[in-house]
Design a protein around this ligand. Structure first.
Ligand code: PEP
Ligand code: MG
Length: 560
């Protein structure tokens, strides 16, 4: 590694992109309004706040309608935050004390954001969304334009503290080459939207606060780095990668396959039925993971069979004749659902989550399976169901029994816990298929919380310890003749995807934006070559060495 590369700033890369360009910084959020008595009456202040909130919700709604898809859902959620009765009550209390509208809004939203942050996980990452709503309402009260993205008059790398969903949703991709945020984790809305739109992004780069307007940088999402003032050689290498990516994106939408024709179906990870259309457009051959819990994250009570049937039917209708793998509700830890996780737990990631939570709330599981069976009846998709967080053979048997009782023929399990990887052969005697969730499998193998920035270095699916467990499952799939997919983020890393196939994985599921890169990479290697690359990676001692060994073997094989 060169000296310059050694001093690269580190964060969490989103997607596989690389971009080169000058920095333009987002203006910092407005200063907090001072606590000073209002010169207006309580009623006048109250009226101002109501009008400002109405203006902001109208603006967010219009932005959502313009952006459509996932961005619209995020912005609609922000509209709900702006209208949240608890926050409005807190604003009213402050106004009644004679504070200004600006101060009341800022303070009430900041308190709510703090509460969410204390909860951590998915909800904690919504804090940035609340801060943005507050900044927009305060700007409206002041008669200022909404805080937003700079326009330096040329393409640029946008550097921000954390980007608001309203800004991410409407980024002009002809101007914004890449995104860098100082805060935010891999599950922040910035990251989710950037992934969805295929924007090159690195989030959580603490050192990026040192970047100034005009600084030349390489934003390398694949390596999670920002290289400042790159050398000529680094620029040339980045430019070659930009070109290779553009070629991959423009390539025909063929079914996933290796160079020798071995099929490797490329499937989509989805969280809502509305996102299906884009996946189809990007050549997804079906769905490898439908995260049903995303539909119900804000529900206080268990969703009805009818509400679920509707959502599942809409999803299945988008994939006639194609395989669609729907995961039973994976509640707990980073994705708590109030109606499934009510107990206070010291270590929720090790508690009653996933299938464990469903088996203690059997009626929720039964309702979900009934809804899926009803949707299956009226559509032609090939529906597979799978259980999250399975750790034993008994759990596998129980889930398969439930699924079959409801008329669901194909029942599998997610391999996310080392125990189920080690027992894969026994598990696959009962389960119809396995799908490896490398996000959690890495978390549990390395004992490193997947949401915690301080242990992010350990949360690396290239680690040979993780790869060895994948090899166990791949081998079990070969012995039992059952399919073994991967639906964790690892499948979206093109070279790692080749390694996974070399370890015996038979299909790959990922965010649709990653399909083109993975499709192109698979076509470069035969099955034997993929095996050789995998062997090199598994034999390494560290994650970094595994990556290097895979890269080295891949280069040697393609130059032969
Ligand atoms: C995983 O753990 O890899 C996975 C795909 O599930 P989720 O990310 O939803 O936990
Ligand atoms: Mg998981």
């Amino acid at each position: 590694m060169s000296a310059a590369a050694q001093s690269a700033m580190k964060g969490t890369g989103i997607g596989r992109g690389v971009a080169v360009g000058p920095v333009a910084r987002m203006s910092p959020p407005p200063l907090p309004p001072p606590a000073e008595p209002s010169l207006l009456t309580h009623e006048q202040e109250s009226q101002r706040v109501t009008e400002a909130i109405a203006a902001v919700t109208a603006d967010l709604t219009t932005r959502g309608q313009t952006a459509g898809g996932q961005a619209q859902e995020v912005l609609d959620a922000q509209v709900m935050m702006a209208q949240d009765p608890t926050v409005q009550e807190a604003v009213e209390t402050l106004l009644a004390q004679g504070q200004t509208g600006e101060y009341a809004v800022h303070t009430a939203f900041a308190e709510m954001a703090e509460t969410l942050q204390a909860l951590g996980g998915y909800l904690g990452e919504r804090a940035a969304d609340l801060h943005d709503v507050a900044a927009r309402v305060v700007a409206a009260l002041r008669g200022d334009p909404p805080p937003g993205v700079p326009d330096p008059g040329h393409p640029f790398v946008l550097v921000a503290q954390d980007l608001a969903p309203a800004d991410t949703a409407l980024l002009d991709l002809d101007k914004v080459l890449a995104l860098v945020t100082i805060e935010g984790g891999p599950t922040s809305h910035t990251a989710i939207l950037a992934r969805g739109k295929g924007i090159t992004a690195v989030v959580g780069v603490a050192e990026a606060s040192r970047l100034a307007d005009g600084d030349e940088v390489i934003v390398d999402a694949a390596n999670s780095t920002i290289v400042v003032s790159p050398t000529q050689e680094q620029r040339a290498e980045a430019a070659a990668r930009v070109q290779a990516r553009a070629a991959a994106q423009a390539a025909p939408l063929t079914d996933g396959a290796l160079a020798d024709g071995t099929p490797v179906p490329l499937l989509a990870n989805l969280g809502t039925p509305e996102s299906a259309a884009e996946a189809v457009q990007l050549g997804a051959e079906g769905v490898g993971l439908f995260r049903t819990e995303f539909l119900f994250l804000s529900s206080e009570s268990a969703p009805s069979v009818e509400a679920q049937r509707k959502a599942y039917q809409e999803l299945l209708e988008a994939f006639p004749g194609k395989k669609v793998v729907v995961r039973a509700l994976d509640a707990g830890a980073d994705k708590p659902l109030p109606f499934l996780n009510d107990a206070e737990e010291e270590n929720p990631a090790l508690g009653l989550r996933g299938l464990r939570a469903l088996l203690t709330n059997e009626e929720v599981l039964r309702d979900q399976l009934s809804a899926l069976a009803q949707a299956q009846e009226v559509t032609s998709a090939d529906l597979w169901v799978m259980a999250p967080m399975v750790s034993t053979v008994e759990e596998t048997e129980t889930f398969a029994k439930f699924a079959h009782q409801h008329g669901l023929k194909t029942a599998g399990v997610m391999v996310e816990v080392p125990s189920s990887a080690l027992l894969a052969e026994q598990i696959l005697k009962t389960a119809d298929f396995a799908s490896i969730g490398t996000n959690d499998l890495t978390q549990y193998t390395m004992a490193a919380d997947r949401l915690l920035g301080s242990v992010a270095g350990l949360q690396d699916p290239w680690h040979p310890a993780v790869l060895k467990l994948v090899r166990e499952v791949g081998a079990a799939g070969t012995v039992t003749g059952k399919p073994v997919g991967v639906c964790g983020e690892a499948a979206a890393d093109p070279l790692l995807a080749v390694v996974l196939v070399g370890l015996g994985v038979t299909s790959l599921s990922m965010a649709p934006a990653a399909l083109a890169d993975v499709r192109a990479e698979l076509l470069r290697f035969t099955k034997d070559q993929a095996r050789a690359i995998a062997t090199a990676a598994v034999s390494a001692s560290t994650a970094a060495e595994a990556l290097q060994a895979a890269q080295h073997t891949a280069t040697t094989l393609t130059n032969e």
